[in-house]
Design a protein around this ligand. Structure first.
Ligand code: C2O
Length: 560
């Protein structure tokens, strides 16, 4: 038995240690068993690839500065890798996840532990498989809370909820994409949009109920909305309610009110929902945004915001209609409203001068294909390069100086300038193929103009850059004008994010600082466009100072 004096001493010691323990960053362990799961949605009984049998997968919750260890065990028949979309992975490219870019896939029966620290980020992100089309069902939320004791830069919400938007195919997604690659044509569009795994109800199918979000009246709820769809940009709207946007892609924005948000695959948006209406059910609608003549899944995903009531009276549902599919105005209004918070605590560190000025023409193309249905196949390219996946990862080749895997000569400009958004009456010349990367010295500043082309058809391309956030300094329709347009750039408070739409027949300009050594993938987050080759990678050299080099690869790093 400890004496009173000893007990007092222990109390004093514990009392001193406690605050330290509370603020200290933690290590969070997760185990992801990737397994096939039987399910019934839309009358289909195909098994799906999931994390721990869940669709969407489990949410990772951690705080800024925590280290996250995720042991992924592959129990399915496919090669596998998982990407932690939007996590900066400073010096830890080995844990980024895109197959054949930063790692060889985890083979069936094998395991790999992703190990990364959440540095300088807080908000909503997500993880997804980054090989084949497995991310259709293998994805889930990542919630990064602020450091302990650090408040949100807006009133603390009563509760927080994750809403994962997805796309559902009745048939096996691997069969869908394989069929498309064989024929050279576009793949079948999905059959439903899901909200937290729930499809709309379908008659005669043993389908689930709509997803219901139960709320109390007179409160603020934070909705963490994630677009985990493969190929569709989405509108999101709640009947009779305004939403206050407070964060996108895990960066705080200047709050603004809207009734509709637009969200591209790869993007996340946090909104505050004020439950200031009378008791009842309010319909949530999720529908595609497509302003090009391209077929999409034109079904509407549905859910309910359901106010808790004490009485037994049946709740009436307030309905709402989604915007028209080609509501470019609605999408532009939303995008133009996004500005960085740019406060004292969260300044927008926009690079003011540019070391590397790049201009990438992005779009579709047609290459010959003897075995395809039309004798040709749809491809996609950046500066006329259709990216070819290597057979070992670029990061390994770079780290171990293995030659012959890639060339560091990705073109900074299109090989021949043309009227990018003009009428494409000229015969499509076909694209070149190659595994080419663009090399950047450590800490270089980059301005990149992404110009959509009208090859085949102009189309919106949500571009995602791994390893960095970038600032969206400008955006316009038609061809980018290098003389006039930079004068209109916002270099003060542009929104900071990791995925941005290049508008149909227009351009977007981004800036970032290459302060993260490694190999970083950049691609259109419409999975079909990535598959067709709308992708490239940056090679960022090590810096000279301490903590400016890529760390050594982990012991269990997968082999090809
Ligand atoms: Cu969310 Cu390379 O992807």
């Amino acid at each position: 038995m400890a004496t009173w004096v000893e007990r007092g001493l222990i109390l004093v010691i514990v009392g001193c240690l406690l605050p330290a323990i509370l603020v200290e960053s933690r290590v969070r362990h997760y185990k992801f068993n990737v397994v096939l799961k039987n399910q019934t949605r839309l009358c289909s009984t195909k098994p799906i690839v999931t994390v721990n049998g869940k669709y969407p997968g489990p949410t990772i919750v951690a705080r800024e500065d925590d280290t996250v260890l995720v042991k992924v065990v592959n129990h399915v028949q496919y090669n596998l890798s998982i990407h932690w979309h939007g996590i900066r992975q400073i010096r830890t490219g080995w844990s980024d996840g895109p197959a054949y870019i930063t790692q060889c896939p985890i083979q069936p029966g094998q395991a790999y532990t992703y190990n990364f620290t959440l540095t300088g980020q807080r908000g909503t992100l997500f993880y997804h498989a980054h090989i084949l089309w497995l991310r259709a069902t293998l994805h889930g939320a990542i919630v990064i809370l602020p450091k302990l004791g650090v408040p949100y830069p807006f009133p603390k919400p009563h509760k927080e909820n994750v809403l994962v938007l997805g796309e559902w195919w009745k048939s096996d997604v691997e069969a869908v994409i394989n069929e498309a690659l064989k024929s050279g044509l576009a793949p079948n569009v999905s059959d439903a949009h899901t909200i937290n795994g729930h499809t709309r109800p379908v008659q005669n199918c043993n389908s689930q109920e709509l997803f219901n979000l139960h709320v109390k009246p007179g409160k603020n709820y934070m909705l963490r909305i994630i677009n985990a769809a493969l190929n569709e940009e989405l509108f999101f709207k709640i009947a009779d309610h305004h939403l206050t946007v407070v964060e996108v892609d895990a960066t705080y924005v200047k709050p603004f009110k809207t009734d509709t948000i637009v969200i591209s695959p790869g993007q996340t948006t946090n909104v505050i929902l004020e439950t200031n209406k009378k008791a009842g059910k309010y319909l949530v609608v999720v529908s595609p945004f497509m302003d090009a003549p391209i077929p999409v899944d034109n079904t509407t995903g549905l859910a309910n915001i359901r106010y808790a009531t004490t009485g037994l009276t049946a709740l009436t549902t307030t309905l709402t209609a989604p915007p028209p599919i080609n509501a470019t105005e609605v999408a532009n209004n939303f995008t133009d409203s996004l500005k960085a918070l740019n406060s004292k605590d969260y300044p927008a560190k926009v690079p003011q001068q540019v070391d590397h000025s790049l201009f990438f023409a992005v779009g579709l193309g047609v290459n010959p294909c003897k075995t395809c249905v039309n004798g040709s196949r749809v491809v996609a390219s950046i500066n006329n390069v259709t990216f070819v996946m290597p057979t070992i990862s670029l990061l390994q080749a770079h780290y171990s100086n293995i030659s012959g895997v890639f060339t560091a000569d990705f073109p900074a400009n299109p090989p021949t300038p043309f009227n990018y958004t003009g009428n494409q009456t000229i015969a499509n010349p076909g694209t070149s193929t190659g595994t080419r990367v663009y090399r950047l010295p450590y800490n270089a500043t980059v301005q990149l103009v992404l110009q959509d082309t009208a090859m085949i058809t102009p189309e919106n391309h949500p571009f995602h850059l791994h390893g960095f956030n970038f600032f969206v300094v400008g955006r316009g329709v038609g061809n980018y004008n290098p003389k006039k347009d930079p004068k209109k750039f916002n270099l003060v408070n542009p929104v900071e994010r990791n995925t941005i739409g290049v508008p149909s027949g227009g351009w977007t300009a981004i800036r970032f600082r290459a302060d993260n050594p490694g190999i970083w993938f950049m691609h259109c987050h419409l999975e079909i466009h990535t598959t067709w080759g709308l992708k490239m990678a940056f090679l960022v050299d090590n810096g000279k100072g301490p903590n400016e080099s890529l760390i050594t690869p982990p012991k269990d790093f997968p082999k090809c």
